[in-house]
Design a binder for this molecule. Structure first.
Ligand code: NAP
Ligand code: F7E
Length: 342
């Protein structure tokens, strides 16, 4: 019989890719979205799956709403992808971030505990929990050192998931996913901000890109590859936590260089610190400027993951390389620009 799944955060990047994957696998998919005055379904529309998903208004802050949702949908698997997921905003809205990204997880776990402890649950943990890294590369046993209210909230979500597994024998897994990007990435995150800007500058719609810390390094993978891993986690015989990463770290600077190259610009760097500028070699125009408003109160300078456990036990590996990812994102933004002319 076809399995039923309930995904929180269906309007987000991972929600869209995971729903597509599970529909292809024959699941009946329920997707939870929070009510907004203007619906935000562009990702599931772009993947042409909106009509195949049963969409439900669900807020992680409302425990009764979650209990009723699980009672009505009777899922075999629940994927908790909803969160206030933007690190920069978490410094401005630390309480809201804690309510949604931390306590929201407990609301959902409680709903599982009350409705049916046989439901398998996935919790979206994050490499941000490693923060000021205590070991290189980071793996499941690396001690955590969160550096933002977001990372602190995710750490709570991570441990409460483990606690419910140990206390109530719930099949709950936590995936410690490193940064994963795609053409469906939110525009506020650095990768999509860069690819969008490269295309807008190329088409004369923007003069330059204002950016923060050029030297932060991340282990960036492709979201399509990463949602495969989270489904695999729930198909195991016993619940376990996994690090998901490519094992390669690249800087924001490198991401800019490659993205701008795909848009036809060769960036040369001049100056230092906040006065550093990225200049187009051909025209001499300044295309990249530093704006300290994009610096974080506490930065995560370097992340690079070791996903050996997932590769061995799940048989997972990433398919898309860093260069392919950058190219895919620029090309998709170019196509969007041509289609929408904005
Ligand atoms: P995303 O695009 O920002 O999506 C987050 C989703 O959460 C959106 O659908 C959002 O709805 C929803 N949401 C926010 N507050 C909610 C609330 N109170 N109730 C219900 N839904 C709410 O994030 P993503 O990149 O897909 O990431 C998915 C999950 O993985 C998140 O938990 C994120 O923190 C975590 N994660 C992401 C990465 C990464 O690199 N992408 C890495 C590690 C972990 P709206 O559309 O209405 O805002
Ligand atoms: O920043 C630097 C910034 O916002 C990456 C979320 O999905 O991944 C994501 O969190 C780096 C940071 O992602 C700008 O300071 C420089 O060092 O793209 P980001 P993030 O903070 O790594 C983790 C794994 C998650 O769990 C989160 O949900 O880039 N940076 N200049 C900038 N970042 C942004 N956003 N904007 C800039 O202008």
């Amino acid at each position: 019989m076809a399995k039923t799944v309930f995904i929180t955060g269906i309007t987000g990047q991972d929600g869209a890719y995971l729903a597509k994957l599970l529909l292809e696998k024959g699941y009946k998919v329920y997707g939870g979205y929070r009510r907004l005055s203007t619906p935000n379904f562009w990702r599931i529309e772009e993947l042409a799956i909106k009509d195949k998903i049963s969409l439900l208004e669900v807020d992680l802050l409302d425990s009764g709403n979650l209990i009723r949702t699980l009672n009505e949908t009777k899922p075999d698997e629940v994927y908790n992808l909803a969160a206030q997921s933007f690190v920069a905003v978490s410094f401005e809205k630390p309480v809201l971030t804690g309510q949604v990204t931390a306590l929201g997880v407990t609301n959902l776990l409680e709903a599982v505990r009350i409705v049916n402890t046989k439901i398998k649950l996935y919790q979206a943990s994050s490499s941000e929990m490693f923060g000021k890294v205590q070991e290189i590369p980071q793996k499941e046993t690396t001690p955590f050192y969160p550096r933002s209210p977001y990372a602190v909230a995710k750490l709570y979500g991570h441990w409460i998931t483990i606690n419910y597994r140990e206390s109530f024998n719930i099949f709950a897994c936590s995936g410690i996913l490193f940064n994963h990007e795609s053409p469906l990435r939110g525009i506020e995150f650095v990768t999509r901000k860069i690819t969008d800007a490269a295309v807008r500058i190329k088409t004369g719609k923007q003069d330059c890109l204002e950016i923060g810390n050029l030297d932060a390094k991340r282990d960036w993978g492709f979201a399509g590859d990463y949602v495969r891993s989270i489904w695999m986690m729930l198909q195991q015989n016993k619940p376990e936590d996994f690090v998901i990463a490519t094992g390669e770290a690249h800087s924001v600077r490198e991401f800019i260089e490659q993205a701008f190259q795909h848009a036809g610009f060769y960036i040369e760097w001049r100056g230092t610190g906040v006065d550093e500028k990225g200049i187009d070699r051909k025209s001499g125009k300044v295309l990249i400027k530093i704006n300290p408003k994009f610096f974080r109160p506490a930065e995560v300078e370097f992340l690079c993951g070791d996903s050996s456990r997932a590769r061995e036990k799940l048989g997972w590996k990433p398919e898309v390389t860093f260069s392919e990812l950058v190219q895919m994102m620029v090309q998709s933004d170019l196509k969007r620009m041509e289609k929408n002319n904005n």
